[in-house]
Ligand binder design. Sequence first.
Ligand code: ATP
Length: 357
Amino acid sequence: MKNYRIAAIPGDGIGSEVIAAGVEALNACAARDGFVIDFDHFDWGSERYKKTGAFMPANGLDLIRKHDAILFGSAGAPDVPDHITLWGLRLAICQPFDQYANVRPTRILPGISSPLRNVSGPELDWVIVRENSEGEYAGVGGRVHRGLPEEVATDVSMFTRAGVQRVMRFAFGLARSRPRKLLTVVTKSNAQRHAMVMWDEIAAEVAAEFPDVTWDKMLVDAMTMRMTLKPETIDTIVATNLHADILSDLAAAFAGSLGIAPTANLNPERTFPSMFEPIHGSAFDIMGKGIANPVGTFWSSVMMLEFLGETNAAARLMRAIERVTADKSLHTPDLGGKAKTTDVTRAVCEALAGDNG
Ligand code: ATP
């Protein structure tokens, strides 16, 4: 029997509620499809930071380096500045584990309405690939003359040929694996005339390796209009760290709720574990109320199962999610319903158990 070791890091806020739900659903998948998942739980997050000055122990990466994957909740607390949390935990895992391809699928799930007029489902089926290791979030920059009138602060966007090439190859490959074989390369090379021009050039070079993929190029500002007005013309998208960060929040809003959206931080070469997480934050406003929507975590778990090669279990979990979202009595308050996290989780586990596909 196959056995996987997963590092579970709930993090802050509703992270512990949605990760508990995710662990329950994944265990139900394992029982249904005949494999075993051993979870190791890590209490890394803002509480630990406030007590000890560090989000995770100094040897934290070594503790999870050998795991098959990481299931992550969310990081962030109202009394800890966001940049401290992001660099102290999420990026402290993503960067050293070279999880350079951040994959964010967006679809309108059954039973959920999009705020976009005339979009009921099939018109919107996207996957955004976000460059996740450099670009605007490379961490290059600094501040001098702190607090003085002449203070200077810089954040330098840093793009490497190797970094752009690998994410382009990944995105073209992903576009090729989808029925429409259609990729949009998002850019801003009209205004950013160095790195973004190299980004475009490398896209064109890599495109030659994928003659069966149809691709086009779009300025990021125009892309927001196209996503809103012509969602059916889009399939796979590749964009820089910053651009994709923004576009994927827009995509999540179009899909009906931030609580649904999943993401995978992939190290495609599998040199290091990849990390799967809902895209929502800590949502302190609803913490402890039992109403966090666990669907983003379930969908992230589908991506994890796919990456592990458990394709039957992944498809079964996705079917269970869709069966549950189709039933409005199982919608949590973010979707306009009254259901609790536990109601949705129980329903997904029951749907899994009853799925003989
Ligand atoms: P962060 O800085 O940690 O990303 P944020 O405040 O920008 O946090 P979220 O924490 O994701 O963003 O919350 C944004 C809004 O979406 C909040 O009102 C929150 O309650 C809601 N929300 C986020 N995730 C969920 C979820 N899983 N279920 C229900 N509501 C959610």
